[in-house]
Structure formats: structure tokens, C-alpha cells
Write a protein that binds this ligand. Structure first.
Ligand code: F7E
Length: 330
């Protein structure tokens, strides 16, 4: 039985990845921040499953800011594979919390690489990198060799983790890989990311609990995929014969406005009656033309995104409607 160690197991990606690995008969160890007490709704189904929880799934409190707190569960679990997903991942918030973002997202990755290198038998290491490392790139679409040129504090912090992963691979012989992940969404997305914010608002407006939706720049464009497809890519990247960086992306650009129109259409409402833009949600800098070319992942890993943008938004709106109706969804 293979053992995996996941940082950020409570998040969208961490919880889907845990489910995937458990379905492949892994023993999964995950760390969660003490402040959350392991109470993330994303882990509820797994924690409620008596054949899994504390049998093949183990949760440990630890803090990325504190190497000691990670070392103990890491050494005890002696994993074959590490998936480093935890970070301060909100780009907008990174402008307010610059130092914290660099500490958690940038130095956090370095701390874990260093701990990994010192284990008696170094496991394979996956770093969740981000399209934010490219900033507003001159070449489109982006690949694994597109120059790194971040324009946000979050992008800068991820660039540090990405480069350190490459340095530990080249200089210390670690099987360390970057998955350069473009935006990926699901009903488990945090509430302050734009897809979830829109889908939640649409369901609340439909049920009469909310009267408007206030957004930032609705002309902003992103390459949006589904988180379930991307965690499959993470696993595939660590099963490959050699350690390589991989872009995971759909190659398709959509506007925030497209999500608005799609989501309101799902519930038969006219978006124009409810949506307005406000300065407070605009960012000081926002990447443009960020769209990925995942041809390397397609060729070497046979990875393809399977869930479309339209399906993702429909699933997210439905999940919010279910939640309001008191039904458990995601
Ligand atoms: O923004 C615009 C906003 O916060 C998407 C993270 O997973 O993907 C994610 O970062 C776009 C931006 O995601 C609102 O300005 C307009 O252009 O959903 P988001 P993100 O910043 O792209 C990358 C790849 C990561 O690695 C990150 O960790 O939507 N936008 N109005 C808005 N965004 C938000 N959040 N709220 C608004 O009201």
C-alpha cells in the first residue's frame, strides 16, 4: 500500500485528491491548520466514513510556518509521495497580506522541500504551482518554458516555490515536480473566488435571500477548468518515470462576464437586474491573456480535462441551490 502526505487536505484540491488516492488504495495523511480544528466541510464525507477515517485516512494538525510541527507527522507517516497544496491562495488578498503570503506560500514550499530532502528515503514531491507565476505574459498560450514574470505578491511567492522545486530537483536529486495549475473550480471552491461567489449569489438571489451581486472587473479573463481533472493530473505527474514540470490547463479563455451570464441563465434570471461592479473588488494588478497549453501533459501523461466550463458552472450553481434547500451536495 502506497502512502501519501497532503498539505492543504481541507481545501478544494486536497479533499478531491484525498478521495482519488483513497480510491487507489493509498494510505493518506493530511495536515490541517490548528485554527480550523480539521472541521472543513470538504472532508465531512470522508470523516463520516468509518471504513476510511483513521483506518486509511489520518489527519494531523500542523502549520506551514512551523517546520517542527510538520516534521513529526511527516517522519511518522514516511510517505512515498508528498503533495504540497497548502498556501495563502487568494491573489486579491495577497496585496493586503504581502509578507504573510510570501511566508506561507513561498517559504512554506521551501520548508517542505528541505524537510523532504532530509527524510531517510526521500518521497516524490509535487508542488502546486500556479499560472500566476507568468504575470501578464508576452507569449500566449503559456507552456512549462514560458518565462516567469509575476505581477502579484501571490504570483511572486509561487514563483519562489516553483524555482526552489526546480533547484531541489537539479541539485539534490529529489523527484520534485511542479504542476503549473491554471484556475480550477468546483462546488468546493472557497467562497471568495469569483466562480463560487457568483454561483452562491445566483442561488441566493433566486431564493430571495440576496438582492444584488457586486463584482470587480467582469472583463477579466481566465482559463478555467474543474478541480477534479486537475488533481488527477497531480497524481499522474508523480507516476511518470522522470520528474518533469507540467502545465495543467484547458487552453480556453472565458470572461468573468461569461460566468455571470451562464449562472443567471441556469436559474432563468436576467443578470442585468442584479449585477454591478465596484472599485473595491478591482485589483491593483490583474494578469491578462493567461491561458495554458497542456500539450506536454497530454503527450506524456495522457491527461485531458474532461469536465467543460459549462458543466462546471452548472454543477456549482446546482450545488448552491441544493445547499439552500438543505440537501448535502458536493
Ligand atoms: O479571480 C476577477 C479577478 O479570485 C479570477 C487562485 O486559485 O487561480 C486563482 O486566482 C478573476 C480575476 O482567481 C471579482 O480580478 C472580478 O481576474 O477567482 P479569482 P485568481 O485570482 O485567478 C490562480 C491560478 C491561483 O493560483 C490562485 O490561487 O476574476 N474578479 N470580480 C473577481 N475575483 C474575485 N475573487 N472577486 C470578485 O468580486
Amino acid at each position: 500500500m502506497k502512502r501519501a502526505f497532503i498539505t492543504g487536505i481541507e481545501g478544494q484540491d486536497g479533499s478531491y485528491l484525498a478521495e482519488l488516492l483513497l480510491s487507489k488504495n493509498y494510505e493518506v495523511h493530511g495536515i490541517y491548520r490548528q485554527s480550523t480544528n480539521g472541521g472543513s466541510p470538504n472532508l465531512k464525507p470522508l470523516k463520516a466514513n468509518a471504513t476510511v477515517f483513521e483506518k486509511t485516512l489520518f489527519l494531523h494538525p500542523a502549520d506551514l510556518d512551523d517546520a517542527k510541527s510538520i516534521r513529526v507527522p511527516l517522519e511518522k507517516s514516511a510517505p512515498d509521495e508528498i503533495y504540497h497544496l497548502a498556501s495563502q491562495s487568494h491573489v486579491g488578498a495577497s496585496f493586503e497580506k504581502v509578507e504573510e503570503t510570501c511566508r506561507i506560500t513561498g517559504l512554506g514550499a521551501l520548508r517542505l522541500l528541505e524537510l523532504t530532502r532530509k527524510l531517510p528515503k526521500a518521497p516524490r514531491f509535487f508542488h502546486a504551482s500556479s499560472s500566476e507565476i507568468f504575470g501578464s505574459p508576452e507569449q500566449s498560450p503559456q507552456t512549462e518554458i514560458t518565462p516567469v514574470n509575476p505581477i502579484t505578491p501571490y504570483g511572486s511567492a509561487k514563483a519562489l516555490g516553483t524555482q526552489m522545486t526546480r533547484i531541489y530537483r537539479k541539485n539534490f536529486g529529489l523527484f520534485a515536480v511542479n504542476g503549473i495549475l491554471f484556475n480550477h473550480e468546483s462546488p468546493r471552491r472557497g467562497e471568495n473566488f469569483v466562480t463560487r461567489k457568483i454561483c452562491r449569489a445566483v442561488a441566493a438571489i433566486k431564493s430571495g435571500r440576496q438582492s444584488e451581486l457586486v463584482l470587480g472587473d467582469t472583463s477579466a479573463q481566465r482559463d478555467w477548468g474543474h478541480a477534479r481533472d486537475y488533481v488527477r493530473g497531480m497524481w499522474l505527474a508523480l507516476q511518470h518515470d522522470t520528474p518533469e514540470d507540467f502545465v495543467f490547463a484547458t487552453g480556453k479563455l472565458h470572461r468573468v462576464q461569461d460566468i455571470v451570464e451562464l449562472a443567471f441563465k441556469t436559474v432563468d434570471l436576467d443578470w442585468q437586474k442584479f449585477v454591478r461592479q465596484e472599485k473595491q473588488f478591482f485589483r491593483p494588478a490583474d494578469p491578462r491573456q493567461v491561458v495554458g497549453n497542456a500539450v506536454k501533459a497530454k503527450q506524456l501523461l495522457s491527461w485531458e480535462p474532461e469536465i467543460s466550463f459549462e458543466q462546471t458552472i452548472a454543477e456549482m450553481v446546482q450545488s448552491e441551490l441544493n445547499a439552500l434547500a438543505g440537501r448535502v451536495a458536493n
